[in-house]
Ligand binder design. Structure first.
Ligand SMILES: [Fe+2]
Ligand SMILES: [Fe+2]
Length: 251
């Protein structure tokens, strides 16, 4: 299969509020695990979710600019501190000059090691989570600690009813396969299993998360790696997480 470049895909649009998957260049797989980035736009203001590493930055800037002026990007949300989440931080701070970075209070003090001189734009997210206001919308920061980082958050958009789940729900495709939406969950879960067993092997953390999200109206699960789950696959994914101990997750 030839490597393809995929255009951004609008997951939600009501004319005032947009939730966009920011595209993909399959050649990025040669530079590290494939990653998904997302953009929320409300009333002309933008928020980037896990904007990613150095090699994806050019695509992120170009595709973000199709939907919102870069100076109107007001927030960057980092689910945790990994290189595939924060690697382009210096470029982001330069090219989105009005953006504030939201990251776990555990990790704020580690980010200056990326060469960030001005830390005034870094904001701590307390363990209990919080909110980010973009335009007239409020996005909810949901605690998801130890999934897999000890200071780890997901982001819920109550307008689009989309839950960004960071590394939870991540899938690693075989080298000759890629798709944006899960169609065959039974097949897809095989691409998620190894990742969850090694990177998210904490039954207790998953149970806490299940309790945390039980009252949210979730139409779409949008992970940082792999494919997006919608409609009946949201329930199948949650059921799969419940069953993980039966397939060897026993920490
Ligand atoms: Fe990670
Ligand atoms: Fe990741």
């Amino acid at each position: 299969m030839s490597l393809r470049v995929h255009k951004p895909y609008i997951l939600y649009d009501n004319n005032k509020h947009l939730f966009v998957w920011l595209g993909l260049d399959e050649a990025e797989a040669e530079k590290g695990i494939l990653t998904n980035q997302y953009l929320v736009v409300d009333q002309g203001e933008g928020l980037l979710i896990d904007p990613g590493g150095y090699y994806v930055f050019e695509r992120i800037l170009e595709n973000t600019s199709k939907f919102v002026d870069p100076v109107k990007v007001k927030a960057l949300f980092f689910s945790h501190q990994d290189p595939d989440v924060v690697g382009s931080l210096n470029l982001l701070l330069d090219m989105f000059p009005e953006a504030i970075v939201y990251v776990s209070a555990l990790w704020v003090r580690f980010l200056p090691h990326l060469g960030v001189l001005d830390t005034s734009r870094l904001r701590e997210i307390p363990d209990e989570g919080g909110e980010i206001t973009i335009g007239k919308s409020k996005l909810r920061i949901i605690p998801a600690h130890f999934l897999h980082s000890p200071g780890n958050f997901h982001l819920y958009d109550p307008i689009a009813k989309i839950l960004f789940t960071g590394d939870l729900g991540a899938a690693v495709f075989p080298s000759d396969e890629w798709y944006l939406f899960v169609e065959d969950f039974e097949k897809h879960k095989k691409y998620m299993e190894a990742f969850h067993h090694r990177y998210l092997p904490c039954r207790k953390a998953i149970d806490k998360w299940l309790e945390m999200i039980k009252d949210l109206d979730i139409q779409v699960i949008a992970p940082q790696h792999g494919a997006i789950m919608e409609k009946e696959n949201v329930a199948k994914f949650i059921e799969w997480l419940r069953s993980l101990d039966k397939i060897g997750l026993d920490h």
